[in-house]
Design a protein around this ligand. Structure first.
Ligand SMILES: Nc1ncnc2c1ncn2[C@@H]1O[C@H](COP(=O)(O)OP(=O)(O)O)[C@@H](O)[C@H]1O
Ligand SMILES: [Mg+2]
Length: 329
C-alpha cells in the first residue's frame, strides 16, 4: 500500500508541520505503508482523456498512489486544490476530499452549513463595506471578533473591545483592500483565552484537549504558545464534533469548540489538524488512528495498525468476560 502526503515545505505557515510528517512516516513504516511526501509544485497536471493510470511527478510518469493525504489545511492554494481534484478524478482516495477542504477553508461557509443543521455556532456576519457599525453592534453586541474568511494559527483573528476600536479596524481594512472578505462574530466571553480542540477520525472523536493562552490573549491556539491539557470527551462534545465533521464532509478533522456557559459553540473546523499538542497531553497515537481508518476505507483490513488490533482483542476479551458474567447471572 502506498500513499502520498501533500505538503508544501516552502510555505511559511506549513513549516510547523514537520512533527506531524515525522510521526506519519514513523507509523507508516511500522504498518508497512510506503509514504511519499510531495509538494503540489512537483506535479504537472495534464488533463486528457487518456493516461488515467499515471501523473507527472517531477516531469516523469509515475503510477498513482493508493491514497492521498493532503496536509495543507487552510493554506491549500488553488493549485494544490487542483492537484487534489485531479487525483480524485483519476480514482485516488483522498483524505480529506477536495470538496471538504475547500468548504472549511471558508469560515463563513462552514458556519452556514453548521447553522443550517442547528448546530451551535457564534453569531456571524459577512462584512459589507463601508461597515454599518450600528447594525453590527445591534446584532452581535460588543466586543466583536473580526476574522479573515480563511486562516489558521490565530493569525487573522482580532478582538475589538470597543466601538471605536472596531470602527478604526474596519476603516483600516477597507482602506487597505476594499474587496477583502472578512467575517464579524459575536465574542463568546466565557471562552476568553481558552477553548477545546477535538480530533475526529472517520466519524469518531478520538481525543480532546483544552487549550489556554499564556499571554493574556483571547486566542487559545497551541501554535501561539498556549498550554494544553487533556479534557474529557463528554457525550455533548463527541456529538458536536462528530456531527460537525460529518456535515462538513471531513474524514479527518480538528474541531475547535468555544466554552459557552455550560455548553459549547463550534468555532471552526480544520481539515489538516496538527497533533503535537494533542499527543503531548492525551495518550493517543493519532497517525495510527488515521492509517487504521485509511486501511478500512481501502479495504486493506490485514494492514490495520497493531494498536487498533490490540484494542479489538481487548474488546473481545472484555466482551467474552462480559458474556461469561451474563451466563452466571
Ligand atoms: N467568537 C469568538 N469568541 C471567543 N473567542 C474566539 C472566537 N473566535 C475565535 N476565538 C479564539 O481565537 C482562536 C482563533 O480563532 P479561529 O477562528 O479558530 O482561527 P484560526 O483558524 O486562526 O485558528 C480560537 O481558538 C479561540 O480561542
Ligand atoms: Mg482555530
Amino acid at each position: 500500500m502506498n500513499g502520498w502526503v501533500l505538503y508544501n515545505e516552502t510555505s511559511e505557515i506549513l513549516r510547523a508541520e514537520s512533527f506531524e510528517l515525522n510521526r506519519f512516516r514513523q507509523v507508516a513504516d511500522q504498518c508497512g505503508i510506503e509514504l511519499t511526501v510531495i509538494s503540489p509544485e512537483q506535479i504537472d497536471l495534464v488533463v486528457t482523456r487518456d493516461g488515467r493510470q499515471s501523473v507527472l511527478l517531477d516531469g516523469k510518469e509515475v503510477s498513482l498512489p493508493d491514497f492521498l493525504l493532503p496536509r495543507m489545511g487552510a493554506a491549500t492554494t488553488y493549485f494544490a486544490l487542483a492537484v487534489i481534484r485531479h487525483l480524485e478524478r483519476l480514482g485516488v482516495q483522498t483524505f480529506n476530499s477536495s470538496q471538504s477542504i475547500e468548504t472549511v477553508r471558508d469560515k463563513l461557509f462552514t458556519h452556514q452549513i453548521l447553522a443550517q443543521s442547528n448546530l451551535p455556532v457564534a453569531k456571524t456576519m459577512l462584512a459589507k463595506f463601508p461597515v454599518d457599525v450600528e447594525s453590527v453592534e445591534k446584532h452581535l453586541g460588543l466586543p466583536v471578533v473580526v476574522k479573515t474568511i480563511s486562516g489558521s494559527q490565530g493569525t487573522g483573528v482580532f478582538l475589538c473591545e470597543s466601538r471605536e476600536h472596531f470602527e478604526d479596524l474596519m476603516q483600516l481594512v477597507h482602506a487597505t483592500k476594499s474587496n477583502v472578505n472578512i467575517i464579524i462574530q459575536e465574542f463568546v466571553a466565557s471562552s476568553r483565552g481558552r477553548d477545546l480542540r477535538v480530533l475526529v477520525v472517520g466519524g469518531k472523536a478520538i481525543a480532546c484537549m483544552k487549550r489556554s493562552s499564556n499571554d493574556g490573549s483571547f486566542k487559545a491556539n497551541f501554535t501561539r504558545g498556549g498550554s494544553v491539557e487533556m479534557f474529557e470527551l463528554t457525550p455533548e462534545i463527541e456529538w458536536l464534533s462528530s456531527e460537525a465533521s460529518r456535515l462538513l464532509g471531513l474524514d479527518i478533522a480538528g474541531i475547535d469548540l468555544l466554552f459557552d456557559g455550560e455548553h459549547y459553540k463550534i468555532c471552526e473546523a480544520n481539515s489538516s489538524p496538527g497533533f503535537r499538542g494533542m499527543e503531548s497531553c492525551v495518550e493517543v497515537n493519532v497517525p495510527e488512528h488515521i492509517f487504521s481508518f485509511i486501511c478500512v476505507r481501502l479495504g486493506q483490513l490485514d494492514k490495520l495498525p497493531r494498536v487498533a488490533r490490540v484494542s479489538n482483542e481487548n474488546t473481545d476479551i472484555q466482551a467474552s468476560e462480559q458474556r461469561a458474567a451474563d451466563d452466571l447471572a
